[in-house]
Ligand binder design. Sequence first.
Ligand code: CTP
Length: 478
Amino acid sequence: MASITVRNLDAPVKDRLRQLAARNGVSMEEQLRMMIRDGVATDPLSGGVEPAGLGRSAQGPAENASGVSMAGSASLAGRRILLIIGGGIAAYKSLDLIRRLRERGAAVRCVMTAAAQEFVTPLSVGALSADHVFTDLFDRQAEHDIGHIRLSREADLIVVAPATADLMAKLANGLANDLASTVLLATDKQVVLAPAMNPRMWSHKATRRNLATLRGDGIVFVGPNAGEMAESGEAGAGRMAEPLEIVAAVETLLDRAPKPLAGRRIIVTSGPTHEPIDPVRYIANRSSGKQGHAIAAALARLGADVRLVSGPVSIADPAGVNTVHVERAEEMRDAVEELLPADAAIFVAAVADWRTSASAQQKIKKQADSGPPSLQMVENPDILAGIGHHRQRPYLVVGFAAETQNLLANAQAKLARKGADFIVANDVSPEGGVMGGDRNRVRIVSKAGVEEWPEMSKDAVAAKLADLVAERLKSVEV
Ligand code: CTP
């Protein structure tokens, strides 16, 4: 059977595919598959009947293959979201967010701050949400019809996007001097903030204080992401999360699916570690954190209290997951140990095996007479092995084996050496594209034998592994 590889497509087609994939938040391969499925579904020869299992949601619009929108499912059918739009350039992304939420079946009602209306108009917001847009605390008609208390109580969840530094400060301090802040203070529902602001405002001590307070109050944060700022050309953390990331957080929080891992604490490590050589250089590896983060998200979807210890990655923290950020292997080990006791621990991180014996205090300079410096390396702690033989060993310990040769033999040796219950073995040879890519093909190695899983997306591997963990923990008392 013939196969299509994205690599072999013409450059303009590839570019268009990349744009569509980015807009749908899927890989290029997945976008291609969706388009082929669409083509088959709308082929006149097939009578326009969608093949079984490929149908889309009856809710919300489904655009054609060359279009953008793929309402994956009616995952938010019947849910009521109150979206508070703050004043910032990222407000334009909220328009797309409304559309994405509605595609999934949610009813979206919007509140706009005065500043938000400087960036997008209530007219566009109302057109997309198909509802009245609330802007004024003292609007007698709106107060008479709905009232700010009902506005906040009638929603299943409140999303603030973009959440400005000002809105965060108000909420952290309980101020209520406009409709948005009053609604936020009056609500008894889960609140999700998608901050967007200049990187200096985000890193300002006052904002850090407010962030800590709000987290302590149970507010969930999505983003901000790092990148170029639209208005100033500056770069850093402060970009609003993409609409699909916010949708994913909303879906997780409102998920009605069974929660077999409710009450379980699970530690996950993810990403690479960076081992400093001097203040500006470090040793790293190509791990993107995609697989570890996807596993953390999948466990959270099953109700687990997930504690993710992440090395430096450029992807967002998974929604609904408590994430600790570390740089070095020793920091990762300390963070993991601090999180014990736990029911399970899954070690996905590509931990650097070695660090320099001492990182130079100052930048190492080139020396004309003595040639390149030699680095003295020492071994890093093996975090998985430490936990696998720990006195507070979690009931279930899972490791990964990233190999470029002798996959099974190496994985089996790691199983015994590290005291793991399973080793998820994957071939990370460069030609497989696993490191940094979106797909993975793994084998589950345990004392019972080897189970081969077919190639699938990293999200699908994560979901299957989360099911396996749930199955294993089923008989263990909480
Ligand atoms: N691991 C860890 N701490 C380390 C090294 C690895 O926790 N210092 C964990 C990884 O998260 C993974 C497993 O151990 O779950 C195997 O990692 P891998 O890099 O494949 O193996 P290593 O033990 O580093 O052995 P080698 O590099 O020789 O293959």
